[in-house]
Write a protein that binds this ligand. Sequence first.
Ligand code: SF4
Length: 499
Amino acid sequence: MSAGGIKPARPFQQAARVTLANPQMRRNLRHATTTIREKRLRAVAELPDWEALRDEGAALKDHVMAHLADALLDLEAAVQARGGRVHWARDAAEARGIVADIAAAHGAREVIKVKSISTDEIELNAALAERGIHAIETDLAELIVQLAEDRPSHILVPAIHRNRAEIRDLFRRKLGAELLTDEPKQLAEAARLYLREKFLTTRVAVSGANFAVAESGTVCVVESEGNGRMCVTMPGVLVSVMGIEKVLPTWQDMAVFLRLLPRSSTAERMNPYTSFWSGVTPGDGPQEFHLVLLDNGRTDVLADEVGRQTLRCIRCSACLNVCPVYERVGGHAYGSVYPGPIGAILTPQLLHLEDRNANTLPWASSLCGACYDACPVKINIPEVLLYLRGKITEEKPLSAEAIAFKTAAWVMSEPHRFEGAIKLARSGQGPLVKNGAIHALPGMLGGWTEARDLPAFPPQTFREWWRGRPAPQPRETDGQAQTSEGELLAPQRGDRGPA
Ligand code: SF4
């Protein structure tokens, strides 16, 4: 794909305005997410033990996170025992360098790719291009995005924002398929013809990974088109880039995730292609295998008690498909290869909450909780969103917003200050009030009235009315004094007791 990475170029609120103004994209998104959402609900409803499976998936992932170092060392040992090589990459630059060096060492001018999200995270394609190596995406949707010099907008369906007519025109221009119609069969055939030749002639492949089993050193890619199977079996050299959180200790653990993932992502009972490979097998498949274990901020996420649940994610994209914000703004507004609710919590954390634009992402949510309900590994995304909002706000104490709220807290903590502020606001509001409301506050305060009106301050506050009301008259009831408003007064010393 032409562009990737996780650093948004601008704040979410700004980027969202651009995508909201694209009605074609919104139509495409609404149609696609509604379809996937309904299919997923049907697929999930078939399993009576779905909730128990979700609990098990969450518990297994938490167990892995608690013993991550051991699981990774076991994986390394098992991969090496089967003839593979393991590389540890602390950050994106290291990972890019490792992959580019391997490809260059084999004199590659082209590499084929599958399951690209981790390689998009590290912006691998651009790094390869700098070394004169062209990366070819082989997932159909990734290929569309790459040919269009676009960015992915969905984890599972990166070209979800494009419709068939747009793809037909693109293939006509870029693949020379001039007579193409927008029939899905024809579009797929055009891509197949282009890719088949690449599968047969390219010597180096780069893959991501859905899972890796530590006990046998086995890496797994789950996909729907067969391109993954071609990539991990046809070339002589295979390099897999995998986030460290993808490791599972045993095959028994894998069984749980192979039930959770397909129903949550493509709403299928099982994936059409699930490829496993363990190191190198002489005479069968790639004869050189490299596994790059990518940290790139993950150990910092792991160290955070609330944020670490983010690492349970199996990238199914169910949270995107149910999110009302994602459905309207689309993936590009998030500015990261990780869009939607998971992107809103993962991207800022991977960037250590130090990127100003990424720090706007936790506000890209209505906190409706639909993502939490849909997540197969029960990541409490709203909880993490609120937690990150708190951390981000605390860490910028000198922002205008923080100063305004601190001042408001100081004013409201003493009744006399609060009353003074109300009087001041009431006497100064005159020119701003129209029909009993303030429609536009001046200066920085204008943000408050951008989407709502502020009721005008009333001529008399409740406190003022209370102080000015007539004093209540006490009256006698069963030996107790009672005010005219029904308030009982306890008998006082010297009162006459009951007769
Ligand atoms: S957060 Fe949950 S629902 Fe969203 S992509 Fe990850 S696993 Fe799927």
